[in-house]
Design a binder for this molecule. Structure first.
Ligand SMILES: *[C@@H]1O[C@H](CO)[C@@H](O)[C@H](O)[C@H]1NC(C)=O
Ligand SMILES: *[C@@H]1O[C@H](CO)[C@@H](O)[C@H](O)[C@H]1NC(C)=O
Ligand SMILES: *[C@@H]1O[C@H](CO)[C@@H](O)[C@H](O)[C@H]1NC(C)=O
Ligand SMILES: *[C@@H]1O[C@H](CO)[C@@H](O)[C@H](O)[C@H]1NC(C)=O
Ligand SMILES: *[C@@H]1O[C@H](CO)[C@@H](O)[C@H](O)[C@H]1NC(C)=O
Ligand SMILES: [Fe+2]
Length: 470
């Protein structure tokens, strides 16, 4: 063996030792993929007030901004909300299915002021005791201009109820937002309900948080949300905290306009709650409410997670706004404090997937956890963990703030795929073991998948699914 050979074999040995050390910390090899797709950089511009998508429906006191969300824990109730502007009018909802008589549900009206803006009459009416898996028609605006819509209730809660969720985040009301919504609507995978991960209207980017932009947003999304429920998560653009103009009550416009069934899951606040829908158990958390130990959100989640019966709802999905695993140079580590508080629970209870927004781009993580650290052991790197969820950032709805294009380099090992493009995703639950997830960028045709993965359920089929991504 020559000197050179000796040196190189030492180097190899040293490499092996280093590699061994690295592996003993369980570092993920094959750091992920940064998409080579480069979106043409264009300014993201809000649609002007006179755009077609913001048109006020014709007729005296016509209901506008009609939207629905789940109204109970099981999916047998729907909250129908809308706004009238000329006078309060009726809060009744008339509803029926093909084989039932017409029934009427009564609701309530609320209004609010924000600086010098006064809202219209905001109606919230809960329609209850619906049959599962049934198409219902409903009418609002009774007494003046009536408008009719429809929705389909989910299948009964159970382990093999298939269901397709859409995923949209940080939508706003730009031309790109309109493209995202159009791509979602025309996706042949046909989402049946939207899991919305926060940041709705971006009205707060206007002078005095011009709440007229909350109204235009409500009219813009009506074409989808009047027909299928959107499950709401509060983002930072819902806070509307503006002490400089005397507005000091956080979430005022959002909480008047978007009601959720939080009491049904024992929550004391609309910003964190849960629902069951088909075979999914969906937990919504608030990145912008206290989540430290002893806080209401902490106590609720601590009691909530043991309640999830995976034999009944195999798929455990968590929604939040600020991501825990994000490798863009935007909002970097903003989710860290909540991760430290709750990540051990997510691993213990084997959450399947966590969807977040906030970062205006797309990213999917490996199944990783970072829960080993204590103050002396120095183990502070995320490691591959088959009990851990996949973390998906889908804050790419298209709002006026534009894309997040600046990424940390090199791509961290926990990041499986990332791309700075606008788009949406679908999570298509087939049965108790398999769900097909795909992300669709706005530049492609409606059926094109830019990123996809077969999810294997963490309760019924907890085998490595990382190689099932395409
Ligand atoms: C509210 O105040 C702003 C400026 O402070 C003004 O431009 C706007 O027209 C006012 N809006 C209403 C509804 O009075
Ligand atoms: C928004 O998208 C819809 C559906 O594709 C289209 O009809 C409408 O003209 C678009 N509006 C704007 C302002 O882009
Ligand atoms: C969990 O759900 C299954 C299936 O619906 C049911 O048989 C079982 O009794 C439930 N377990 C508990 C503890 O409620
Ligand atoms: C990207 O972000 C890093 C970290 O914040 C910063 O140092 C760098 O200048 C940014 N690059 C560009 C092109 O903005
Ligand atoms: C669950 O769905 C997957 C994907 O469609 C399929 O391959 C598998 O056979 C299904 N399992 C059962 C038990 O039907
Ligand atoms: Fe945000």
């Amino acid at each position: 063996m020559g000197v050179l050979d000796l040196a190189s074999s030492r180097a190899v040995a040293a490499t092996v030792v280093v590699l061994g050390l690295v592996l003993s910390f369980g570092v993920v090899c094959n750091g992920g993929k940064t998409s080579s797709f480069v979106r043409k950089v264009e300014k993201t511009v809000d649609m002007p007030l006179d755009s077609d998508v913001f048109k006020v429906p014709p007729g005296y006191n016509a209901p506008q901004q009609v939207h629905i969300t789940q109204g109970d824990q099981l999916g047998k109730a729907v909250i129908v909300s809308w706004v009238t502007v000329d006078e309060p009018g009726s809060s009744s909802v008339l509803y029926w299915s093909a084989n039932s008589k017409k029934k009427k549900a009564e609701g309530k009206i609320t209004t609010y002021k924000f600086y010098n803006y006064t809202s219209g009459y905001i109606h919230h009416t809960t329609v209850r005791n619906l049959m599962f898996n049934t198409k219902y028609y409903y009418v609002v605006g009774i007494g003046h201009t009536e408008r009719q819509f429809w929705f389909i209730t989910p299948p009964e809660v159970g382990p093999d109820s298939s269901y397709t969720f859409g995923l949209i985040g940080d939508l706003g009301q730009s031309y790109d937002s309109n493209k995202t919504l159009t791509h979602y609507e025309l996706n042949p995978q046909k989402g049946q309900a939207v899991l919305f991960v926060g940041d709705l209207s971006y009205a707060d980017n206007y002078p005095n948080h011009d709440n007229v932009r909350w109204d235009t947003w409500g009219r813009f999304i009506e074409r989808s949300v009047a027909y299928q429920p959107w499950i709401w998560t509060a983002g930072n653009h819902e806070i509307d905290f503006a002490p400089e103009i005397g507005e000091t009550k956080p979430f005022k416009p959002y909480s008047h306009r978007y009601h959720v069934p939080y009491k049904a899951s024992g929550s004391t606040s609309p910003f964190w709650y849960s629902i069951k829908r088909a075979s999914a158990y969906i937990i919504v958390l608030s990145s912008y409410s206290a989540y430290g130990k002893y806080t209401p959100q902490y106590k609720w989640l601590e009691e909530e997670l043991p309640k999830v019966n995976r034999s009944e709802t195999p798929w455990l999905i968590v929604l939040m706004h600020s991501p825990w695993y994000n490798s863009y140079n935007y909002h970097y580590m903003e989710g860290e404090t909540m991760r430290v508080m709750y990540e051990p629970w997510f691993v213990t209870y084997k959450v399947d997937v966590v969807f977040a927004g906030h970062v205006h781009a797309y990213e999917r993580s490996e199944r990783v956890s970072n829960v080993a650290y204590n103050i002396v052991n120095g183990i502070c790197k995320p490691v591959k963990d088959q009990y851990a969820p996949v973390y998906i950032t889908i804050g790419d709805g298209g709002n006026l703030e534009g894309l997040a294009t600046n990424m940390t380099e090199p791509q961290p090992d926990y990041s499986a795929y990332r791309e700075a493009s606008f788009g949406h995703a679908t999570f298509d639950i087939k049965n108790r073991t398999h769900a097909y997830y795909s992300w669709h960028r706005n530049q492609d045709g409606y059926a094109v998948k830019a990123d996809s993965m077969w999810f294997f359920n963490r309760f019924y089929h907890p085998v490595d699914d990382s190689t099932s991504a395409e």
